[in-house]
Design a protein around this ligand. Structure first.
Ligand SMILES: Nc1ncnc2c1ncn2[C@@H]1O[C@H](COP(=O)(O)OS(=O)(=O)O)[C@@H](OP(=O)(O)O)[C@H]1O
Ligand SMILES: Nc1ncnc2c1ncn2[C@@H]1O[C@H](COP(=O)(O)OP(=O)(O)O)[C@@H](O)[C@H]1O
Length: 307
């Protein structure tokens, strides 16, 4: 099969080689290797023509965008209308399916490139649904402990998860950020975007960060489809966290040696309407029992199977 496009995607072990005539490429496929995707036939995986690839989805996560220089305001349109505009080019040259450039924030002239293997395919492969479990609470409330216990239970059940821990991410991706509120907001925003990618990969992503501000958590929720952002509140009194003080940080904060420490001289806004509350002092509140409550929720909501 010869395709007149510059972009190709396949799975298994494709043999791609340049053709001498023009810019066409030849693709040889191995149909038996595609079975794991549950696709009816190999043609499902063969690349689309380039003009079909330019479907604009770039409005995701942004309230406003522009297409070919015309502004598209996300506030007064529902997602279907925005999709329509972005994919049909009604905001630009009507009826055209290509060349529709979008501007989001400081990113100008960008196009959404859609791949042939999608989230559903990945979820089938893993027999689970991608989602984000967002664990919020004071330092010392048990976020990391529960995150790891949860990941372990899921692993034992053959489910793929990945923990994004605030402390750990500040060793790399977020090491340029401080604890002032703007930097905490940027910290949460980045982790929210990364978590969204993991969920799109079909992974059960467990993010454990203090994430003290409701608006920042809500912004992460808004990045995901309804139901896929599961907010878990570690409801542990400050006094208990301070007694635990496993890193000695509360002591330093009380002594004035750390400024702007959450719960001491920086605010923590507890969630009001979140999915799961893990409360200190409840019966069954060991880390493993708390993690099992989350597993129960995932099971109930169908996240531990693809269909
Ligand atoms: N000022 C201040 N306030 C709160 N926490 C502090 C601070 N300075 C350092 N630490 C340590 O950083 C960990 C929290 O990082 P996060 O990325 O989760 O914080 S935030 O979500 O951006 O608020 C947090 O880890 P956890 O104890 O696991 O929550 C602390 O160990
Ligand atoms: N459910 C729990 N019950 C009792 N102690 C806990 C529980 N969860 C965590 N801990 C202990 O509390 C301390 C803080 O836990 P950690 O997971 O590091 O909290 P965070 O990530 O929120 O800072 C640790 O010493 C841990 O062993």
């Amino acid at each position: 099969m010869v395709l007149d496009t510059m972009a190709m995607v396949t799975v298994g072990r494709p043999h791609l080689r340049s053709c001498s005539s023009g810019s066409a490429l030849r693709l040889e496929r191995h149909p038996p290797m595609l079975g794991f995707l549950g696709l009816k036939n190999a043609d499902s995986v063969v690349m689309l023509r380039s003009r079909d690839l330019l479907q604009m989805k770039a409005v995701e996560g942004s309230k406003s965008a522009s297409v070919n220089g015309m502004s598209v305001d996300g506030d007064d349109k529902n997602p279907a209308e925005l999709d329509e505009i972005m994919s049909n080019g009604n905001a630009g040259k009507k009826g055209r399916h290509f060349g529709q450039l979008s501007t989001l924030g400081n990113s100008t002239n960008i196009l959404w490139h859609k791949c042939a293997v999608g989230k559903d395919d990945r979820q089938k492969l893993l027999d689970q649904k991608g989602c984000v479990i967002w664990i919020t609470g004071l330092s010392g409330s048990g976020k990391s402990t529960v995150a790891c216990a949860l990941s372990k239970i899921l692993h034992q059940r053959g489910k793929l998860s990945y923990v994004l821990d605030g402390d750990n991410l500040r060793h790399g991706l977020n090491k340029d950020l401080s604890f002032k509120s703007e930097d905490r907001a940027e910290n949460i925003r980045r982790v929210g975007e990364v978590a969204k990618l993991f969920a799109d990969a079909g992974v059960i992503c467990i993010a454990s960060l203090i994430s003290p501000f409701k608006r920042d958590r809500d912004a992460c929720r808004a990045l995901l489809p309804d139901g896929d952002f599961i907010e878990v509140f570690m409801n542990v009194p400050l006094q208990i966290c301070e007694e635990r003080d496993p890193k000695g940080l509360y002591k330093l904060a009380r002594a004035g040696k750390i400024k702007g420490f959450t719960g001491i001289d920086d605010p923590y806004e507890a969630p009001l309407n979140n999915e799961i509350v893990l409360k200190y002092g409840d019966p069954c509140s060991s880390p493993v029992e708390m993690a099992e409550k989350v597993v129960f929720y995932l099971e109930e909501k169908g996240y531990l199977q693809a269909e």
